[in-house]
Design a protein around this ligand. Structure first.
Ligand SMILES: [Zn+2]
Length: 183
């Protein structure tokens, strides 16, 4: 992923009421094959670009938030255009560890230049639709993964700044607290 080229990407919903901008390159891009993501997208898998929530700027439009349950029990908040109901991003409460809206999983298909953000990793491939094309290039995991195995050093630095200093170091945080985050 080219950080400089992928800062400032814009996107929006299907009816055009909601427009937003990503103020930095994503932390990582997931292709998630879990059954929840299949149902939500109607596709083989979701493609989600993870960004700090304060780096996702709403340019216009009205959003609504919908709570969905997840297998982990922590739940997911899906953010949609209030008019056309297109899902533009979501939050996984287990990933935020009770700190609310700190990392958004932006639906890459809503970006104007979605082709700029190919998946860095395929996850939950244990649920993969066997008729889906074989994932290309990116590593794949049957469930989730340890962040340092996939994320760049810069992304690890960015995520470490989001969690309270009372947490142990990032390495411990990623292993002990984040690996089970999704779905
Ligand atoms: Zn809309």
């Amino acid at each position: 992923m080219n950080a400089a080229e992928n800062s400032g990407l814009t996107g929006g919903c299907a009816c055009g009421a909601v427009r937003f901008r990503l103020e930095a390159a994503p932390l990582v891009v997931h292709a998630c094959h879990c059954k929840n993501c299949q149902r939500q997208t109607g596709a083989w898998h979701a493609v989600n670009a993870l960004l700090e929530s304060h780096l996702v700027t709403l340019l216009r439009g009205e959003l609504v938030h919908q709570h969905l349950s997840t297998p982990s029990g922590a739940g997911q908040s899906v953010t949609r255009c209030a008019l056309c109901q297109t899902a533009v991003w979501s939050n996984y409460h287990s990933f935020s560890r009770g700190h609310g809206d700190i990392v958004r999983f932006v639906r890459v298909g809503t970006l104007d230049e979605a082709w700029r953000l190919p998946p860095d990793v395929h996850i939950y491939t244990a649920d993969r639709n066997s008729s889906a094309p074989e994932p290309v290039a990116a590593p794949r995991y049957e469930a989730f993964y340890d962040l340092p195995e996939v994320w760049t050093q810069e992304s690890l630095r960015r995520i470490s700044m989001l969690y309270p200093p009372t947490l142990p170091g990032l390495h411990a945080a990623t292993h002990a607290n984040l690996t089970e985050h999704h779905p």
